[in-house]
Design a protein around this ligand. Sequence first.
Ligand code: C2E
Ligand code: CA
Ligand code: CA
Length: 427
Amino acid sequence: MAEQYGERDLCQVTGLLNMMQFMRLASVHLQDPLAEPLTFLYFDIENFKSFNQRYGFQQGNRLLRYVADLLREIFEGDLVARLNDDHFAVATQSGNAGDCIQFIHERVRVYDMGLPMEVKAGIYHPPQGLTDVALIMDRAKIACNSIKNTYDLTWAEFDPAMEEEINFRSHIIRSFQEAMIEGYIEVYYQPEIRAMTREICGFEALARWRDPVHGMISPGVFVPVLEDAHLSPQLDLYIIERVCQDMVQIRHDIPDWELLRVSVNLSRADFRLMDMVQAVEDVRLRYDIARSLLNVEVTEGAQSDDEKFLQGEIARFRAAGYEVWMDDFGSGYSSLNMLKNVTVDILKIDMGFVQNLEDSERAPTILRRVVEMAHDLKMSVVVEGVETKAQIDFLSSIDCDKIQGYYFAKPMAREDFTALIEKEAGR
Ligand code: C2E
Ligand code: CA
Ligand code: CA
């Protein structure tokens, strides 16, 4: 495939083909019915940005040339290009791309012992007749991105499921605004029960997305996508707004009913993107809802600078008059440590504990001690994911304050929620 190239066709830093020339030559090759089939590779130097920041631009360029020379050597006679930044492309006739990538990976890893570089690659074998090089490289890139931040994988082959995943994610992001406007995103309410009296003492608001194309989408699926796209504050504020609207409606319809608290979930990512305390205040004020009626649920995280910031924001929420609940307590890696530095009103124990209760000898002891410790630290405890009577009996016996779970009620749509309140109010 080798040809003579002019200066304009080459990357100035590495001397490799540039993207335009790569696309043109690969396309010519693919359109030749007699030519050998090609395998396309997309390379990414994962932590190149850190390298550049640490050593500067010149050294960054040196590393790029090092990688370029390796690629040229291993894929001699094939098309090799630098696409942009730290991304390279290869169109090869060789049948053992995986071994070649592994070799390059190992050589680049030892380039700088102080900051080991990780090269990752995606592989795509286009079917006969597919000649759209942009699409082909997209797929190689999708394969490469599928192993981002994984320590044990150096390369991945494209699989159509990866593309479906990407299409699904982009559907979520593109239709998010519409889903809010059209009301495809709804609030479901799950009751919380006071362990002592077995009375309903509040609700958790949980988002549901009823999509016209994909059907019901779980928040476990769409919340992480919105977080990645920096859209989670919009979702959370929308849910809070809906909760406030429902409260206003209930206040109007059942004036003698004393409203119960509703917990709303905030993504940790929200706090970096927006002043959430102010934003929640703004919504609340518009509907004239008391702060004591809205609890904020936040999950714990690893100890880091970000955590200090989050602790400050939690303190701000509490100072303003909101209860803050630590969600999924015990599922992360810093639970106990975190309690030294941050004060919350309620620990919400991760479902895993109660669901292992029957088959783990240790879980009851741990739960009992966590409840004791929380009480000593002036916090209450909610256990969620409670599904059996035996679990409830145990939780009551250890003085757990509140319980939430399918045993009492699943999260319910607005109509069922208001019907439940009407019943509670004796209507
Ligand atoms: P979470 O905050 O830990 O919510 C509890 C999840 O457990 C809910 O799942 C609930 O339906 C489920 N659950 C409740 N009782 C039981 C039980 O007895 N057994 C079992 N197996 N599950 C039970 P859901 O509604 O699918 O929500 C999943 C996660 O999505 C939530 O976990 C929360 O982290 C997130 N999420 C939901 N709504 C929102 C939202 O409006 N904003 C944000 N940022 N995240 C949300
Ligand atoms: Ca929650
Ligand atoms: Ca939880």
